[in-house]
Design a protein around this ligand. Sequence first.
Ligand SMILES: C[S@@+](CC[C@H](N)C(=O)[O-])C[C@H]1O[C@@H](n2cnc3c(N)ncnc32)[C@H](O)[C@@H]1O
Length: 328
Amino acid sequence: MNKSGATMAEVYNHALAAWSISAAWEVGFFDAIREHGSLDAVAFSADRGLDAGSVRELVRALSSADIVSRDGDTVRPGPNFAEADRSKSLFHWMTRGCGELFDTLPDLMRKDNRSGSFYRRDAAAISVACREINAEWWDPVFLPVVETLDFQHVADLGCGSGERLIRLTGARPGVRGLGIDLADGAIEVSTKAVAEAGLSDRISIVQGDATALEPRPEYAGVDLLTSFMMGHDFWPRAEAVASLRRIREVFPDLKHFLLADATRTTAYPDSEMPIFSMAFEFAHAVMGDYLPTLDEWGPVFEEAGWRLVEQYPISVPAESVMFHLTPA
Ligand SMILES: C[S@@+](CC[C@H](N)C(=O)[O-])C[C@H]1O[C@@H](n2cnc3c(N)ncnc32)[C@H](O)[C@@H]1O
């Protein structure tokens, strides 16, 4: 035993449970148990075209972390099922989205290897994970605020899966949307999602770098700007001030900017780090990215020509926040 209360065997087996949570999500395991109260591992495997031996081991790994209990092949929710179901996207972000990054850690830590595009992450998996993180924890903060705003044309910087634009335009006839993202994977996922939602006539997706925006004709008329889970990409500080100032210039008709992100935690001892934060901070350190703390954000807005109207705390990931900004 150690101060974290976990034996090395538990640490080892729970690492497998972490991978199993995101795999279980992807093959519909959580939905099936939530809907039916229990499932038969062999019948579930046959139904989904999965190998029963692999599924049985996945169930055992989940059982080691009390996410399910098993009796032969009958699987039922365990004491941690509801919490794992709610937080599965955070696991998916780490294991699927950042899997290759952590897998190649010894190489990526070597200074000689840290130049150019030296790491790889799965942008499509990260988009999918973020869509669910939004739905679970960020939308309950975002939606009541956006409901109070009057807008006709919304742009989303770092639009990821495109879900936010689909939600905002789909429910408001006549409102147009513009998604901007840097990553091929996110462009693919969002373009497909917009087409599937039947909104290609009202939402356009373009590839662009939010930290180096140039004026474009399609930015005219954008009156609401959102940017979720990528604010840290504006940093370090001098670059954040420059990018935020640039954003204010290239969107001439902007009335509101809702900027939300997780920040670098400051308050937790190592053995009490909340879910997600350690992986988030670890991955960004490996990628060589600066992560601002909550306190570092505030003064930047005024310097970049924005007025901070309100700051809304978001509970998961820890020390996340949504800023409501207007041009100063
Ligand atoms: C963590 S994901 C969040 C996606 C989406 N905003 C959401 O809330 O679900 C961050 C997104 O920002 C994009 N991104 C990161 N840096 C960017 C940049 N400089 N310009 C445009 N997009 C960027 C990534 O490709 C990714 O799709």
